[in-house]
Design a binder for this molecule. Sequence first.
Ligand code: 6GU
Length: 241
Amino acid sequence: MTMRLDYLSIFPAYFDVLDISLLGKAAVNGLVEVHAHDLRDWTHDRHRTVDDTPCGGGAGMVMKPDPWGEAFDEIIGTEPDSSVHVIFPSPSGAPFTQSAAQELSSAVRIVFCCGRYEGIDHRVIDYARSMWTVHEVSLGDYVLNGGEVAALAITEAVVRLVPGFMGNPESLAEESFSAGQDGLLEYPLFTRPVSWRGLDVPEVLMSGHHGRIAKWRRDESVRLTCERRPDLTDSDFGVPH
Ligand code: 6GU
């Protein structure tokens, strides 16, 4: 079944790239369908206002609930439907992970709600939660100006997992964070020429000895993971093997 992706944003042009990136191919193949919407289309005043001052005071502006509600009514509908996944990218969200991407890759309907300014009136999220399956997700511990770039990153992580999207399903199994790597970072990669600017491909990789190659790669994965991502090795059983 085709996966339908909707983007609600005051900068819908961010999503133009989806037509030319890898998603273009998936869209052509009928695997995904992309619709970007301008939230201001659901305003009624001459300035097409989407924000207002925060209740209780404080810096910046908050996105008003009304345009969101009307956009939801028109884009998603007014009936509860747990098969609709509504994503609110936010630095206050739960960390977005490969397993979340995996879960979303079987969704038929995903709606990205991209906030700007200090954020969206919280009732919008509560309302969406009362109707659909809501995910408040963060890409990491840093702040972006809005949810658009996060929505693009999440889209790419999800769509490449849609069955039939990747040309080579084997390349999905061996990369960082996949089950095939036991939660370790991926080992370093090399290709020809064997010698380049005085730097050589590790000899073991040219040995043709599959057992030694597998051990070298595993050792490198463990070493890199301990060095860069000790949090991934914090299981009670030590480094996964
Ligand atoms: Cl998902 N949104 C925004 N605005 N900033 C972020 C983020 C998301 N993830 C990290 N920083």
